[in-house]
Design a protein around this ligand. Structure first.
Ligand code: FES
Length: 82
């Protein structure tokens, strides 16, 4: 599905951009840059932010599922597991 008609960006392209790990985009502006373009009208920024938030939530849930007893206090997700 096209989420940015100005730059013809799909939701799949945005999701793929988010799989860059810790150095991946943290803002919609960084997503545009990651995909080699820039915002024009800006109407898609809210949709891109929603895709980003879903990706962050999914990554966080995966991290919590991967926690073990040995994570201990050093783990950012420890409080959610304990
Ligand atoms: S719809 Fe994305 S910048 Fe216009």
């Amino acid at each position: 599905m096209i989420v940015c008609s100005c730059n013809v960006l799909s939701d799949q392209q945005v999701k793929a951009c988010m799989n860059g790990g810790a150095g991946g985009p943290r803002t919609p502006a960084q997503v545009y840059r990651c995909l080699g373009c820039a915002p024009r009208c800006g109407r898609c920024a809210t949709t891109i932010r929603k895709i980003m938030n879903a990706s962050f939530a999914e990554a966080s849930a995966d991290a919590v599922e991967g926690c073990t007893e040995t994570c201990g206090a050093a783990c950012l997700h420890h409080a959610k597991v304990a």
